[in-house]
Design a protein around this ligand. Structure first.
Ligand code: FE2
Length: 384
């Protein structure tokens, strides 16, 4: 039976200059702003966001230092700080890691009885949030779509393992997708996060939970990403390309948060748990291999072919992705990304088993066996 669709929280803002919405329409007394590194301070985005909150009559507090692949210890620190500051609005200003960390801090702020990551992982569904604060996401990258998703990925830094948590309660109330905020994204981050967004769209399209509305969103997002990502990559100041990537990434997010993903994400999340590689980079490398593998399903094959044909690629979707990766400076194999061969092969069996048990596997059009996962992981390492 179809699950109910939820397309973002209560307010979804997009387009150049929409950040000003904070000043005119976001009403709160104290905003707790979560950021990662110094980029949003250096490029003026933080000052702009704080200024708009102040103009609207709110106080602000800034929590700094969320690292890539956010650690649970950082989440715990942030939640403690929220308990001291008592904000009525949480605002994540950053990429996927910042948004994911802030969402998890919010859960612990609302529900201080959830003290450990294991408790959060095993509380299904999550209790009601929003008794203390509402939640805004302002993405500074165009890829993860955490601003419209119910999911987070948090790393247990004591055990060195990444965990995904998904619950509609964590859907941000307000998403503000202003391309101005993404303009200073470095070139390789533009490429990697953009390919993460393309992977979301392609996987949502062949998910075994796919539906009419999600198909429309995923197809439109995929087409726009293929068209506009090279332009955003080649010229970061091209505001039209930045805006299209902001919108397309968010649109892919609206699709996948409802119909889920597939084995590209199962393997990407697994490899990312074993080796330090950017999520979008590994998603991009794996994508042609997963398209080829999934094409044993007539359902998936037909959908890939239709999408490729609509984009004018008579040579097929996998080749289109290979060409796009090359243009964006992304290697065509896991080996090419510099991951050590001996360590990768020594962990192949464990990675295959972890991929099989990843939550994204169950919505793939065909479910691989452990040995098929191992074979696929090996193929992606060396190339076809
Ligand atoms: Fe992703």
């Amino acid at each position: 039976m179809m699950r109910p669709m939820k397309l973002a929280g209560s307010e979804l803002m997009f387009g150049e200059g929409c950040l000003e919405y904070i000043k005119t329409s976001v009403h709160c007394k104290k905003a707790f702003i979560v950021i990662g590194g110094h980029a949003v301070e250096e490029n003026g985005s933080l000052a702009k966001v704080e200024g708009y909150f102040h103009d609207g009559g709110a106080e602000t507090f800034v929590f700094r230092g969320v690292e890539p692949d956010p650690h649970f210890s950082t989440v715990r620190r942030g939640a403690q700080s929220m308990l001291e500051q008592k904000p009525d609005m949480i605002c994540a200003l950053g990429g996927g890691s910042v948004m994911d960390a802030a969402k998890t801090m919010w859960v612990m702020y609302e529900r201080p009885e959830l003290k450990e990551l294991d408790q959060i992982l095993h509380t299904k569904p999550l209790p009601k949030l929003r008794e203390k604060a509402r939640f805004i996401c302002i993405p500074t990258t165009s890829g993860t779509a955490s601003e419209v998703s119910r999911s987070v990925v948090v790393t247990d830094d004591e055990k060195g393992r990444k965990h995904g948590i998904g619950d509609m309660e964590m859907m941000p109330d307000i998403a503000i997708c202003d391309p101005d905020v993404t303009k200073s994204m470095p070139q390789h981050v533009t490429a990697e996060t953009g390919m993460d967004a393309l992977t979301h769209a392609v996987e949502a399209l062949v998910s075994n939970r796919a539906n009419y509305v999600a198909d429309i969103l995923a197809t439109a997002a995929a087409k726009d990403i293929v068209k506009w990502l090279p332009r955003a990559y080649e010229n970061g100041d091209d505001i039209q390309a930045r805006e299209m990537m902001c919108d397309a990434s968010m649109t892919a997010g609206l699709a996948f948060t409802n119909v889920s993903l597939g084995i590209d994400h199962s393997m990407a999340q697994t490899i990312g748990g074993f080796f330090p590689i950017a999520h979008g980079r590994i998603c991009a490398i794996l994508l042609p291999y997963t398209i080829d593998w999934n094409s044993r399903s007539d359902y998936a094959k037909e959908r890939y072919s239709k999408l490729a044909a609509e984009m004018g690629a008579s040579y097929g979707l996998a080749q289109l992705v290979r060409d796009l990766n090359t243009r964006l400076g992304i290697p065509d194999t896991v080996k090419g990304a510099g991951i050590d061969e001996g360590v990768y092969m020594a962990n192949l069996q464990e990675m295959a088993e972890t991929s099989l048990h990843d939550g994204c596997t169950k919505t793939n059009p065909v479910i691989p066996t452990v040995s098929e996962f191992a074979e696929l992981l090996k193929k992606a390492y060396y190339g076809a």
